[in-house]
Design a protein around this ligand. Structure first.
Ligand code: FMN
Length: 408
């Protein structure tokens, strides 16, 4: 599915800034839609000097967003909603001025505010006079954007609208579409089938009460999305979470740990990669009361019994998929993580310290320490979506390494 239509049903936010090349963005929009993407357009004030919003409105089939303050008056999409909606943000053309504001973290118009608020991949296609492009400040700003993980497409060399010739022409719409497609299809996990668990489980005590934990499922959903972008077929077994299913992901909802274990078993056959991000309850109440437990004595004893260990079961299969576990620890991260990896015989473990402000359960950011046989790598604090992409890259490298070791 991915290899043939990587843009099918993708949400692409097209940012248009104030340069001559803005007229080419209309063609870019048309081509993106032709490939199946849903496109919404944000224009800066200057961009509207070059092109009318009506053109983009007609071509996209959606209202065009032009102001940080008025955008909420239209179809209810404010800058945060647009930032969340986007699977990818491409700014084409990107002016020198826009890049200067973006790389310095400004948020004083709708487009740069969205750049701040989104965790989608970002691409910029600069377009400007060659002297503007070669200017030292522009070059510094471009380098800084790249350091921030923003992908630069172009500019090309050639004749310019101003009559000069040199670097600064915007990359042609057809090539921009190819770059966008490539972004969704890194191919790192092409041909792989990822089975992933996410979220908490609920272990019922009686018809109205349950034992659960603080997992939000955000990390697992972010990994599912990054794996689709890397070309994998993805099945996501989700505990009770309030998250939207990422595009192209097959989702199976479960509640209890034993249901999660059953769902994993029944989807395991064609999985080549298993990632266990779910915070699965280790224990469940031995008995579930048929009626609501009434308040009575001053003490109530709960008897708990062990649930199946999903991760260990998967790793113990005769022909297991590449298996990745998660460990949330409050102390001695490396020791506990390595011990868990060795005991359960899993290929890679991603450990994070919980109980720190701003990261871990339910937070939007996280840090991860990865451990495998003979190696480790720290992924610095960043959004869970960025972290998910970095994790997928490491997993793909390790899978590659493992299959080469097995072949030799
Ligand atoms: C006719 C004309 C053409 C322009 N073309 C470009 C251009 O191709 N690239 C660029 O970086 N700036 C160009 N500018 C300057 C930008 O429009 C100006 O820096 C503006 O502040 C950009 O605002 P924005 O980045 O918010 O869209 C041009 C200005 C004019 C008057």
């Amino acid at each position: 599915m991915n290899s043939h239509a990587p843009l099918q049903n993708r949400n692409i936010l097209l940012g248009v800034t104030g340069g001559i090349a803005a007229y080419k963005s209309a063609e870019l929009l048309r081509l993106l839609r032709k490939r199946g993407a849903t496109v919404r357009v944000v224009m800066t004030q200057s961009a509207q000097q070059f092109m009318g919003p009506l053109t983009f409105q007609a071509l996209s089939g959606h209202q065009v967003y032009t102001s940080l303050f008025e955008s909420e008056l239209g179809d209810g999409m404010g800058h945060i909603e647009l930032a969340r909606w986007a699977d990818l943000l491409i700014v084409a053309p990107a002016t020198a001025d826009f890049m200067a504001r973006h790389c310095h973290g400004r948020a004083d118009d709708l487009l740069v505010a969205i750049c701040r608020a989104t965790d989608a991949s970002q691409m910029v296609a600069p377009a400007m006079n060659q002297q503007m492009w070669l200017d030292a400040a522009t070059q510094q700003n471009v380098a800084q954007l790249q350091q921030q993980g923003i992908r630069l497409v172009g500019p090309n060399q050639g004749s310019q609208a101003c009559g000069e010739s040199g670097p600064g022409r915007m990359v042609e719409p057809e090539q921009l579409v190819e770059a966008v497609e490539a972004q969704f299809e890194s191919g790192l996990l092409q041909g792989e089938h990822l089975l992933i668990t996410a979220g908490p489980t609920r272990e019922p005590l009686d018809p109205v009460r349950f034992l659960t934990n603080r997992s939000s499922g955000k990390m697992g959903f972010a990994i599912a999305r990054a794996a689709v972008d890397a070309g994998a077929k993805v099945t996501l077994i989700a505990g009770p979470v309030a998250l939207e299913t990422p595009t192209h992901v097959h989702r199976v909802d479960v509640e209890q740990a034993e249901e999660m274990a059953d769902a994993v078993t029944s989807h395991l056959a064609d999985a080549t990669l298993f990632i266990a991000t779910a915070a699965v309850a280790d224990y469940r109440p031995a008995e579930v009361a048929g009626e609501k437990i009434k308040k009575g004595a001053t003490e109530l004893q709960l008897k708990l019994v062990r649930n199946r260990d999903i991760l260990a079961e998967v790793a113990a299969q005769p022909n297991p998929p590449f298996t990745v576990g998660f460990a949330a620890e409050t102390e001695r991260l490396r020791d506990f993580a390595q011990k868990k990896r060795q005991q359960k015989q899993i290929d890679l473990i991603a450990a994070n310290r919980v109980g720190q402000p701003g990261t871990g359960f339910d937070a939007d950011e996280n840090t991860l320490s990865l451990f495998w046989e003979g190696g480790e790598k720290n992924l610095e604090q960043t959004s869970k979506q960025q972290l998910a992409r970095q994790l997928i890259t490491v997993i793909a490298e390790r899978m590659d390494e493992k299959s080469r070791a097995e072949d030799s």
